[in-house]
Ligand binder design. Structure first.
Ligand SMILES: [Zn+2]
Ligand SMILES: [Zn+2]
Length: 263
């Protein structure tokens, strides 16, 4: 089974290609299942406009397009309707209703912003100061405890801002991994991050220390392409490298298919 549940579309303003391009690339790359998980819209209480997610009034277009592709390609690949969603406590009641009403198959937990992106605190940069490591950790755990999310995306996102994986990072990595294990939530090995690391010759996320801790704690891993270009799905380089690292080098239990029961 080869499945990818982390796929973006042009609606988030930083991805390239038509929705159908992504499906065609997934078929060409031998995927059995493709989940679309574009950055979710929010029903903001202010006039804030996010530069990195679809507006709420674009959601119907997204949903109809994904459902049409699901039908069109049903004999060749299973297509799922998902979203990559933050943990914004004040909007949780709205989110729960929205997911149910729109019959979204699943959501994955991309914990990028603190409380709401209206406040513009991005964990990737905020985590250069140690106090935000603890806040990031706590928000990851609180989000997972809602039971809404199928998995935690790029759990070591804090390494985008933090200079090196020190004792403080180790401590929060254990806390995140232990919570994910208790809640039976897989952790994502993020391929967009793997490509970023390799191209820029850095070790941000995925970070080998984080994954050694996940293995020690007994977590399950899932590979997420985090495709922002349809060609990302067709490039076997990072996928195969991740499979090798997780299965052969680390020996962590890997999940390659998810079952969704709706909201
Ligand atoms: Zn994105
Ligand atoms: Zn993503």
């Amino acid at each position: 089974m080869k499945a990818n549940y982390h796929t973006h579309t042009m609606r988030c303003h930083h991805a390239i290609g038509s929705d159908e391009d992504y499906v065609k690339s997934a078929i060409a790359a031998g995927f059995d299942e493709l989940g679309f998980s574009d950055h979710s819209p929010w029903n903001y209480q202010t006039d804030f406009v996010s530069h990195m997610r679809m507006k709420l009034d674009k959601f119907q277009d997204y949903k109809q397009s994904v459902l049409a592709l699901k039908e069109k390609y049903r004999d060749r690949i299973s297509v799922k309707l998902g979203l990559e969603v933050e943990y914004f406590p004040q909007y949780l009641p709205w989110l729960r209703d929205f997911l149910k009403q729109e019959q979204v198959d699943y959501i994955i937990f991309g914990n990028h912003y603190y409380l709401t992106d209206e406040k513009r605190v991005y964990f990737g940069t905020a985590c250069s100061s140690p106090q935000y490591l603890d806040i990031y950790c706590q928000e990851c755990i609180s989000g997972m405890e809602t039971g809404l999310y199928a998995y935690l995306c790029h759990p070591e996102l804090f390494m985008r801002g933090y200079p090196r994986f020190d004792e403080h990072c180790e401590a929060i990595a254990y806390r995140i991994c232990e919570a994910a294990k208790r809640l039976q939530i897989p952790l994502e090995y993020n391929l967009a991050g793997a490509a970023y690391n390799e191209i820029n010759q850095v070790c941000e996320y995925p970070h080998h220390r984080f994954w050694e801790i996940a293995k020690e704690v007994g977590n399950t891993a899932i590979i997420g392409s985090d495709a922002h270009h349809f060609a990302d799905l067709e490039n076997p380089y990072y996928w195969d490298k991740a499979v090798h690292y997780l299965d052969e080098v680390l020996g962590i239990q890997r999940v390659d298919h998810l079952e969704f029961k709706g909201f």
